[in-house]
Design a binder for this molecule. Structure first.
Ligand code: NDP
Length: 315
């Protein structure tokens, strides 16, 4: 039987050509009825390619494919995959750590600058012709990064890369997480205390059952009306309804968001607010990084079927 890979994602800019030489690759986004297609290939499907914004790889999907051997995730976070179900079925799960770190950290710094210095608002001011008619803008006063305290939630690979960058901007770094790290920054016991002590609260933790909704109104009120929230981790870490309240009431100064609770849905109210910068989950979206990620996704699958090995295995 031809080994089939069910691809939920196209792996741009590299594409799936390299895999198509060795496997039958089913491009599910091109299918009229992906559910029916999955059923059609259920016996030959040995691999899945997915990423955080494709339909969840649930227990139902995993259990529906009796010969599934590997799930190769395009991304470092894997909260879209039912890891426990994979473990029970002895299905290998791989992700793409490390090579996403720098771009995602850049995105966090970009969001900090865009929201605190109001760059997006200022850009729009020119585009709608207000500068020409209104003369020199009196507004657009923002807050500088220099001298500010940046509180990192989750000093992992990306959190550490954000810290280095923020240090270079003249910021003081503090952090929280499950345990203190061997890092030259102050560890703060919990997220509310960290928010109280921070001008920027930057979320770079993994999305797990323990981090769901941990950034709630109480935390945002602790961050305060001069504080900015930046989220490049996962939307689920923030209680989005509370965030809307905090933005509306100016309980925080603003937010820079690359991720949302129910992507691609973004609350309508958020789109009309000046004090929030919205990005469509583009933390890793550079040609270089996306090509490297795609290569690793493919390499993990090939190595698994050639030698029973992988480069970056989660379970
Ligand atoms: P790491 O595993 O290196 O870091 C994750 C961090 O989260 C660790 O510091 C860990 O702390 C912390 N953490 C885990 N559980 C908790 C908890 N309950 N409370 C507080 N902190 C916790 O992963 P990366 O840095 O490589 O990636 C981090 C996340 O960023 C990914 O999981 C993904 O969701 C997101 N991401 C988003 C991207 C985007 O495009 N916006 C791109 C890439 C990643 P400890 O070390 O103590 O366990």
């Amino acid at each position: 039987m031809t080994k089939t890979i069910l691809a939920f994602y196209h792996l741009a800019p590299l594409g799936l050509d390299a895999l198509e030489k060795e496997f039958r690759v089913i491009k599910l986004w091109q299918e009229q009825d992906p559910e029916e297609t999955i059923q059609r290939y259920r016996d030959s499907a040995v691999g899945i390619i997915c990423w955080p914004n494709t339909p969840p790889i649930s227990r139902r999907v995993i259990e529906a494919l009796p010969n599934l051997e590997i799930i190769s995730q395009f991304g470092v976070g894997y909260d879209n995959i039912d890891i426990e179900a994979a473990r029970q079925r002895e299905v290998v799960v791989c992700n793409t750590p490390d090579l996403v770190t720098n771009d995602t950290a850049d995105t966090a710094l970009g969001l900090m600058l865009m929201v605190a210095r109001r760059f997006v608002e200022a850009d729009a001011y020119i585009r709608v012709g207000k500068w020409e008619v209104g003369g020199s803008p009196k507004g657009f006063l923002g807050h500088r990064l220099y001298g500010k305290t940046v509180g990192i939630v989750g000093l992992g690979r990306i959190g550490a890369a954000i810290s280095k960058r923020a240090e270079a901007f003249g910021c003081t770094i503090k952090y929280t997480g499950r345990s203190p790290k061997d890092a030259p920054y102050e560890f703060v016991q919990n997220i509310k205390e960290l928010a109280q002590q921070s001008d920027f609260l930057v979320l770079s933790c993994s999305a797990t059952p323990k981090t769901i909704g941990v950034v709630n109104l109480e935390v945002m009120e602790a961050l305060g009306p001069q504080g900015y929230l930046v989220n490049i981790s996962r939307g689920s870490v923030v209680n989005e309804e509370d965030l809307l309240i905090a933005l509306r009431n100016k309980s925080i100064a603003g937010a820079g968001l690359d991720v949302f609770e129910k992507e691609p849905y973004v609350p309508e109210a958020m789109k009309t607010m000046d004090n929030v910068v919205l990005l469509p989950h583009i933390g890793t979206a550079t040609y270089e990084t996306r090509a490297e990620m795609a290569k690793l996704v493919i390499e993990n699958i090939r190595l698994w079927f050639q030698r029973g090995e992988t480069l970056t295995r989660v379970v």
